[in-house]
Design a protein around this ligand. Structure first.
Ligand code: 4NP
Length: 147
Protein backbone atom coordinates (compact mmCIF):
# COMPACT_ATOMS: atom_id res chain seq x y z
CA UNK A 1 0.00 0.00 0.00
CA UNK A 2 1.62 3.25 -1.12
CA UNK A 3 0.77 6.93 -0.63
CA UNK A 4 2.83 10.12 -0.49
CA UNK A 5 3.73 10.38 3.19
CA UNK A 6 3.00 6.87 4.56
CA UNK A 7 1.43 8.79 7.41
CA UNK A 8 -2.31 9.02 6.68
CA UNK A 9 -3.73 6.79 3.92
CA UNK A 10 -1.41 3.83 3.33
CA UNK A 11 -1.02 2.98 7.05
CA UNK A 12 -4.83 2.72 7.19
CA UNK A 13 -4.86 0.58 4.04
CA UNK A 14 -2.17 -1.70 5.51
CA UNK A 15 -4.05 -2.04 8.82
CA UNK A 16 -7.42 -2.71 7.18
CA UNK A 17 -6.14 -5.27 4.67
CA UNK A 18 -4.07 -7.06 7.30
CA UNK A 19 -7.12 -7.27 9.58
CA UNK A 20 -9.40 -8.56 6.83
CA UNK A 21 -6.81 -11.00 5.45
CA UNK A 22 -6.33 -12.49 8.93
CA UNK A 23 -10.10 -12.84 9.35
CA UNK A 24 -10.24 -14.61 5.99
CA UNK A 25 -7.37 -16.94 6.96
CA UNK A 26 -5.12 -15.54 4.23
CA UNK A 27 -1.39 -15.71 4.85
CA UNK A 28 -0.47 -12.49 3.02
CA UNK A 29 2.56 -10.29 3.62
CA UNK A 30 1.12 -6.78 3.76
CA UNK A 31 3.17 -3.61 4.09
CA UNK A 32 2.95 0.09 3.35
CA UNK A 33 5.34 2.87 2.39
CA UNK A 34 5.47 6.40 1.00
CA UNK A 35 6.88 7.76 -2.21
CA UNK A 36 8.46 10.55 -0.13
CA UNK A 37 10.85 10.26 2.79
CA UNK A 38 9.37 13.21 4.73
CA UNK A 39 8.26 11.23 7.77
CA UNK A 40 10.57 8.21 7.96
CA UNK A 41 10.41 6.51 11.39
CA UNK A 42 7.22 8.26 12.50
CA UNK A 43 4.06 6.46 13.62
CA UNK A 44 0.86 6.96 11.61
CA UNK A 45 -0.98 10.32 11.94
CA UNK A 46 -2.90 10.50 15.23
CA UNK A 47 -6.21 10.84 13.35
CA UNK A 48 -5.48 7.75 11.24
CA UNK A 49 -4.75 5.92 14.50
CA UNK A 50 -7.92 7.29 16.11
CA UNK A 51 -10.19 6.30 13.21
CA UNK A 52 -8.55 2.87 12.93
CA UNK A 53 -9.02 2.32 16.68
CA UNK A 54 -12.67 3.36 16.44
CA UNK A 55 -13.03 0.52 13.93
CA UNK A 56 -11.19 -2.05 16.05
CA UNK A 57 -7.87 -1.86 14.21
CA UNK A 58 -4.57 -1.02 15.93
CA UNK A 59 -2.04 0.62 13.63
CA UNK A 60 0.06 2.23 16.38
CA UNK A 61 2.98 -0.17 15.82
CA UNK A 62 3.53 0.88 12.21
CA UNK A 63 6.49 3.12 11.33
CA UNK A 64 6.78 5.24 8.24
CA UNK A 65 9.13 4.11 5.49
CA UNK A 66 9.93 5.04 1.92
CA UNK A 67 9.16 2.82 -1.08
CA UNK A 68 12.25 1.06 -2.46
CA UNK A 69 12.70 -0.27 -5.98
CA UNK A 70 13.14 -3.80 -4.53
CA UNK A 71 9.57 -3.65 -3.19
CA UNK A 72 8.30 -3.87 -6.74
CA UNK A 73 10.11 -7.19 -7.17
CA UNK A 74 9.20 -8.59 -3.75
CA UNK A 75 5.46 -7.88 -3.69
CA UNK A 76 2.92 -9.38 -6.09
CA UNK A 77 0.71 -6.31 -6.02
CA UNK A 78 1.26 -2.63 -5.22
CA UNK A 79 -1.78 -0.44 -4.56
CA UNK A 80 -1.44 3.34 -4.80
CA UNK A 81 -3.92 5.89 -3.47
CA UNK A 82 -3.81 8.51 -6.22
CA UNK A 83 -2.51 9.25 -9.68
CA UNK A 84 0.48 11.23 -8.47
CA UNK A 85 1.57 8.22 -6.34
CA UNK A 86 1.41 6.16 -9.55
CA UNK A 87 3.51 8.66 -11.52
CA UNK A 88 6.03 9.02 -8.67
CA UNK A 89 6.46 5.24 -8.39
CA UNK A 90 6.87 4.90 -12.12
CA UNK A 91 9.65 7.50 -12.06
CA UNK A 92 11.29 5.91 -9.00
CA UNK A 93 11.36 2.44 -10.57
CA UNK A 94 12.57 3.57 -13.99
CA UNK A 95 13.44 0.64 -16.27
CA UNK A 96 12.33 -1.88 -13.60
CA UNK A 97 8.70 -0.76 -13.84
CA UNK A 98 6.13 -3.60 -13.95
CA UNK A 99 2.80 -1.99 -14.90
CA UNK A 100 0.72 -5.14 -14.27
CA UNK A 101 1.70 -5.06 -10.59
CA UNK A 102 0.68 -1.48 -9.83
CA UNK A 103 -2.91 -0.26 -9.53
CA UNK A 104 -4.98 2.54 -8.07
CA UNK A 105 -6.74 0.88 -5.15
CA UNK A 106 -10.16 2.32 -6.01
CA UNK A 107 -9.99 0.66 -9.43
CA UNK A 108 -10.80 -2.52 -7.49
CA UNK A 109 -14.24 -1.03 -6.85
CA UNK A 110 -14.60 1.13 -9.96
CA UNK A 111 -12.55 -0.57 -12.69
CA UNK A 112 -10.99 1.78 -15.20
CA UNK A 113 -12.33 4.95 -13.56
CA UNK A 114 -8.99 5.95 -12.00
CA UNK A 115 -10.68 7.38 -8.91
CA UNK A 116 -8.41 8.64 -6.14
CA UNK A 117 -8.36 8.28 -2.35
CA UNK A 118 -8.22 11.95 -1.27
CA UNK A 119 -5.33 13.10 0.90
CA UNK A 120 -6.75 13.93 4.36
CA UNK A 121 -3.48 15.55 5.53
CA UNK A 122 -4.69 19.16 5.30
CA UNK A 123 -8.22 18.58 6.65
CA UNK A 124 -10.02 17.49 9.80
CA UNK A 125 -11.18 14.19 11.25
CA UNK A 126 -14.10 13.75 8.84
CA UNK A 127 -11.64 13.26 5.97
CA UNK A 128 -10.00 10.36 7.81
CA UNK A 129 -13.37 8.66 8.31
CA UNK A 130 -14.12 9.12 4.61
CA UNK A 131 -10.75 7.61 3.66
CA UNK A 132 -11.27 4.71 6.07
CA UNK A 133 -14.63 3.89 4.55
CA UNK A 134 -13.26 3.97 0.97
CA UNK A 135 -10.30 1.79 1.89
CA UNK A 136 -12.46 -0.66 3.83
CA UNK A 137 -14.68 -1.26 0.80
CA UNK A 138 -11.69 -1.59 -1.52
CA UNK A 139 -9.98 -4.07 0.84
CA UNK A 140 -13.18 -6.12 1.10
CA UNK A 141 -13.18 -6.35 -2.69
CA UNK A 142 -9.51 -7.39 -2.77
CA UNK A 143 -10.26 -10.24 -0.33
CA UNK A 144 -13.42 -11.24 -2.19
CA UNK A 145 -11.54 -11.43 -5.51
CA UNK A 146 -8.92 -13.71 -4.02
CA UNK A 147 -11.49 -16.38 -3.06
P1 4NP B 1 -0.47 10.58 3.04
O1 4NP B 1 -0.68 12.11 3.45
O2 4NP B 1 0.20 10.57 1.69
O3 4NP B 1 -1.85 10.01 3.03
O4 4NP B 1 0.40 10.00 4.13
C1 4NP B 1 0.36 13.05 3.51
C2 4NP B 1 1.17 13.08 4.62
C3 4NP B 1 2.17 14.04 4.70
C4 4NP B 1 2.36 14.93 3.67
C5 4NP B 1 1.55 14.89 2.55
C6 4NP B 1 0.55 13.92 2.48
N1 4NP B 1 3.36 15.91 3.76
O5 4NP B 1 3.45 16.76 2.85
O6 4NP B 1 4.16 15.90 4.71
Amino acid sequence: MVCLGNICRSPLAEGILRHKAADAGLDWVIHSSGTSGFHIGEPPHHLSQKVANANGIDISGQRCGQFRKEDLRFYDKIYVMDRSNYTDLNRLCGADWVPEKVALILNELYPGEDREVPDPWYGGEAGYHEVFSMLEKACEKIIEKSK
